[in-house]
Design a protein around this ligand. Structure first.
Ligand SMILES: Nc1ncnc2c1ncn2[C@@H]1O[C@H](COP(=O)(O)OP(=O)(O)OP(=O)(O)O)[C@@H](O)[C@H]1O
Ligand SMILES: [Mg+2]
Length: 216
């Protein structure tokens, strides 16, 4: 059963400036939700709050499964992954960059190898697994970031600006990866972007963040 996410009156200010203003939304159906809005409208803030990496000033982020609310603990947080626009790249192979999160979780080597190779294959980077990640092109780094996120097999995935600052060819590759991911995960994928064209191509649901609220 897929996780569903409900936002109830989320409010967040920084230094007295209101960014999210009693923002509510239900992410119940699985599919791709694309969140658009101008620079500084609060998209990244909302994703961090949804991904349980930051607390709202008030309001609730509720994850549930078959109507049952799931407690916010490490176990829940491990079912959720947020991919940031600029991922940190370690000065080592692509393989080790993607394996990192599994190693931290104490997984055995054989399973790590199988999962990392599957994730790299999924984003079209298996042939680059021994290359130093610092020498990847920026489009390839974006794809490595997706591999690093999906290797954790999250049930809810947040992508912050997955196609920003990549060329047309890589935008298309990344969009295709995202569409395939939807079929693979069969759960909620939430993407923040201000690329309206890209949003239209991948979105099942188009959302706008305006004056601190989500408009459907
Ligand atoms: N930790 C923080 N401390 C202070 N201000 C913050 C913090 N996080 C976000 N902000 C401010 O909140 C506002 C919303 O930022 P946010 O990054 O969520 O917008 P965004 O919609 O993702 O913008 P962009 O399209 O440029 O990525 C901005 O004015 C930003 O400077
Ligand atoms: Mg942002």
């Amino acid at each position: 059963m897929a996780l569903s996410l409900n936002l109830l009156n989320i409010t967040k200010s920084y230094n007295g400036k209101l960014v999210l203003d009693s923002c509510s939304f239900s992410f119940e159906k699985s599919g791709i939700y694309v969140l658009m809005g101008p620079n500084g409208s609060g998209k990244s803030t909302l994703l961090r709050i949804c991904a349980l990496l930051e607390n709202p000033d008030s309001g609730k982020v509720i994850y549930s499964e078959s109507i049952k609310t799931i407690e916010n603990n490490l176990n829940l947080r491990r079912r959720i992954t947020l991919l940031l626009p600029n991922i940190g790249v370690f000065n080592t192979t692509v393989f080790k960059n993607v394996a990192y999160g599994l190693k931290v979780r104490g997984m055995n080597k054989k399973e790590i190898k199988a999962r990392v190779e599957k994730a790299l294959d999924f984003v079209g980077l298996l042939h680059k697994k021994e290359q130093n990640a610092l020498t990847l092109s920026s489009g390839e780094v974006k794809r490595m970031g997706i591999a690093r996120a999906i290797v954790l097999e999250p049930e809810v995935l947040f992508l912050d600006e997955p196609t920003a600052s990549v060329d047309e060819e890589n935008v298309e590759i990344i969009e295709n990866i995202i569409i395939q991911l939807k079929q693979k995960l069969n759960s909620i994928i939430i993407i923040a972007t201000h690329d309206k064209d890209s949003a239209k191509r991948v979105a099942d649901f188009e959302l706008y963040l305006k004056k601190g609220k989500i408009i459907f």
